[in-house]
Design a protein around this ligand. Structure first.
Ligand SMILES: C[S@@+](CC[C@H](N)C(=O)[O-])C[C@H]1O[C@@H](n2cnc3c(N)ncnc32)[C@H](O)[C@@H]1O
Length: 284
C-alpha cells in the first residue's frame, strides 16, 4: 500500500489541507518525528492510531543514520500491509526530516510506495504573518541562519533556524538589510512573535525565522498612484461638503449620489500606466 508524507502546515491544526486531513483520517497508523507535529496530528487522529518513533537530538551522522534506519524498519511493514502516514510541520519537501526517511526507504525498502501531500510551508506562511508582500517578479531566497549566521546576497531572504537573533540582526544591519523576526507563526503551542527588535526574540527557540530585505529597494508599484488619488478625492469630498454647508447645494448632491464629476482621473491613471508600460494589451 502507501506511505503518505503529509505536510501539516505551520502549526495551527486548521491549516492542515483538506487532503492532508482526509489522509490522516483514513490511514492505519500516523508517525511523527517530534512533539509539535504529534500535537497537530492528534487534532485529526485518535491517539490509538499514532505510531511510536524515537529520534535522537543529535548532529552525529552515525546516530542519525541509525535512527532513520530504525524508523524505516518500523514504518515499512505498516506501509506494506496497509496505509501509513508520516507527518511533518510545514511542507514535507522543504528543509524537512521527511527527505531522510524517503531516502532510507528507497535504499532499504524500495517496494514501499511513497506519496507526498504538500503543506503550507513557513517559507510562504511568513509573508502573511509578517504582513509582507512578495510581489510578482521579486526575487526571494531561502537560507539557514543558525548560530548567528547572516547569509546575504539576494535582495530578499527568508532565514530558517535563527537561533541567535541579535547576532544575525547585527550582521544583516551592517550588510544593509532591514530584518523582521517571526516566532511560532500560526502555532497554538508557545507564544507567537513578530518583531523588528532582535532582543525580543533573543532567547533560543527553534521555531524562529527572519525576513531580511535590502534597504532602499525600489518597491514602487502601479497601484501607488491610488494613494495620491485617494488623498485628492478626500480633499474634493471635504471641500464639497464644506461648500454644501455654505449653502451651495449642487455639488453636495452629486457627491451624495456617488457621482464622479468627470472622467479625468481615469484618463490620468491610464496615461500613467501606459507611460510605464504597465497596461496589459487588452486593458486599453
Ligand atoms: C527544519 S525546518 C522545517 C521547515 C518546514 N518543513 C516548512 O516547510 O516550513 C524548521 C525551521 O523552519 C522555520 N519554521 C517552521 N515552522 C515555523 C513557524 N510556524 N514559525 C516560525 N518558524 C517556523 C524555523 O526557522 C525552523 O527552524
Amino acid at each position: 500500500m502507501t506511505l503518505y508524507g503529509v505536510g501539516l502546515g505551520p502549526g495551527d491544526a486548521d491549516l492542515v489541507s483538506v487532503r492532508g486531513k482526509r489522509v490522516l483520517e483514513s490511514v492505519d497508523v500516523v508517525y511523527s518525528p517530534g512533539r509539535l507535529s504529534r500535537a497537530v496530528a492528534t487534532e485529526h487522529v485518535s491517539a490509538a492510531r499514532l505510531g511510536d518513533l524515537d529520534f535522537p537530538m543529535t548532529r552525529d551522522e552515525d546516530a542519525l543514520r541509525e535512527a532513520w534506519r530504525e524508523a524505516a524498519e518500523a514504518i515499512a511493514p505498516a506501509a506494506r500491509d496497509g496505509d501509513a502516514a508520516f507527518v511533518t510541520l510545514g511542507d514535507p519537501n522543504v528543509y524537512s526530516t521527511f527527505g531522510h526517511l524517503r531516502r532510507t526507504l528507497d535504499a532499504f525498502h524500495p517496494d514501499v510506495d511513497v506519496e507526498v501531500v504538500p503543506g503550507i510551508s513557513a517559507m510562504t506562511a511568513f509573508a502573511t504573518a509578517l504582513d509582507v508582500e512578495i510581489e510578482a517578479g521579486a526575487g526571494l531566497a531561502l537560507r539557514e541562519a543558525a548560530g548567528g549566521a547572516a547569509p546575504t546576497g539576494p535582495d530578499r531572504l527568508v532565514l530558517f533556524k535563527v537561533t541567535d537573533a541579535p547576532e544575525t540582526a547585527r550582521k544583516l544591519d551592517a550588510a544593509g538589510y532591514d530584518v523582521t523576526f517571526g516566532r511560532r507563526l500560526f502555532m497554538d503551542a508557545g507564544e507567537t512573535a513578530v518583531t523588528t527588535d532582535p532582543e525580543a526574540v533573543a532567547d533560543r527557540d527553534y521555531y524562529t525565522l527572519a525576513y531580511a530585505e535590502r534597504r532602499g529597494l525600489d518597491t514602487s508599484r502601479a497601484t501607488d498612484a491610488f494613494a495620491d488619488e485617494a488623498v485628492e478625492s478626500e480633499t474634493v469630498e471635504s471641500e464639497t461638503a464644506e461648500s454644501a454647508v455654505d449653502g451651495d447645494g449642487e455639488p453636495a448632491d452629486a457627491a451624495a449620489d456617488g457621482a464622479v464629476p468627470d472622467g479625468g482621473s481615469n484618463a490620468v491613471e491610464y496615461a500613467e500606466a501606459e507611460e510605464h508600460g504597465d497596461l496589459p494589451g487588452g486593458a486599453r
